[in-house]
Design a protein around this ligand. Structure first.
Ligand code: PGA
Length: 254
């Protein structure tokens, strides 16, 4: 059975102390996710080791990096490799967030390299996809997002793709307060699952968690997550507040 996942994406926010306090607050609430649920915190690089030790005793909480390099190692000043993440015990990494695609020119091909390096180092990629407003206005979002999957993921084997988490994040809904409607989210998630089923078979597709991202909050999480193909959320702004994020964790399907 696929996991239901609440994934925080802190982006470039919080000082070290603030990050520690936020994690402590969320963990202290003592929410006990059920066996099919997981909580991820995608934190800035300098906080990975601290955050990983905070969740070390927990069974359902994990730490993710927000990015890794598409290169193995070498003279790439400022980059962080998948191997480095593995060496400090990190098991998840967000790959291809729209902010990385837009501001750092990450292409589908480059993201395929990152996915390969993550898998090689036993890191589960949280692979982000999603269309800009202009694409949605032309009603070509289905084929746009399908291409993102095909070019970055479809070289993987059925065993490998089942180790990927997909996050559908329409760019027009990120940080804008404008959420995709429950119907829009379900339609796209269903489309993505059909595309995965077309390539890998229904059983494999049914094992892959597909998260929704874009202005998820405590107040809209229950409705968004209630859709059959929406397996939780990747949450930016609302993940920076303990009570909001706790509500989002509680909204996951059991
Ligand atoms: P948001 O960000 O929840 O602030 O819209 C989501 C994301 O970018 O992952």
């Amino acid at each position: 059975m696929r996991k239901q996942i609440a994934a925080a994406n802190w982006k470039m926010n919080l000082t070290y102390k603030q990050a520690e306090t936020l994690l402590d607050e969320i963990l202290a609430a003592g929410l006990e996710p059920s066996p099919n649920q997981q909580v991820l915190f995608s934190v800035p690089f300098p906080y990975l080791i601290m955050a990983n030790s905070e969740v070390a005793e927990e069974t359902s909480y994990f730490i993710a990096a927000q990015n890794c390099s598409d290169k193995k190692s070498g003279a790439y000043t400022g980059e962080v490799s998948a191997e480095m993440l593995q060496s400090i015990g990190i098991k998840y990494c967000v790959i291809g967030h729209s902010e990385r695609r837009d501001y750092f020119n990450e292409s589908n091909q480059m993201l395929a390299e990152k996915v390969n390096l993550c898998l090689k180092h036993e890191i589960i990629p949280v692979f982000c996809c999603g269309e800009a407003l202009s694409v949605r206005e032309q009603e070509t979002q289905n084929s746009f997002v399908q291409t993102q999957l095909e070019e970055s993921l479809f070289h993987l084997s059925p065993e490998q793709i089942q180790n990927i988490i997909i996050a559908y994040e329409p760019i027009w809904a990120i940080g804008t307060g404008r959420t995709a409607s429950t119907q829009q989210a379900q339609e796209m998630h269903h489309h993505l699952r059909s595309v995965l089923a077309g390539r890998y078979g229904q059983e494999v597709a049914d094992n892959i968690s597909i998260l929704y991202g874009g202005s998820v909050k405590g107040a809209n999480a229950i409705e968004l997550f209630s859709s059959p193909d929406v397996d939780g959320g990747l949450v930016g702004g609302a993940s920076l507040q303990a009570t909001e994020f706790q509500q989002i964790i509680k909204a996951l399907k059991k």
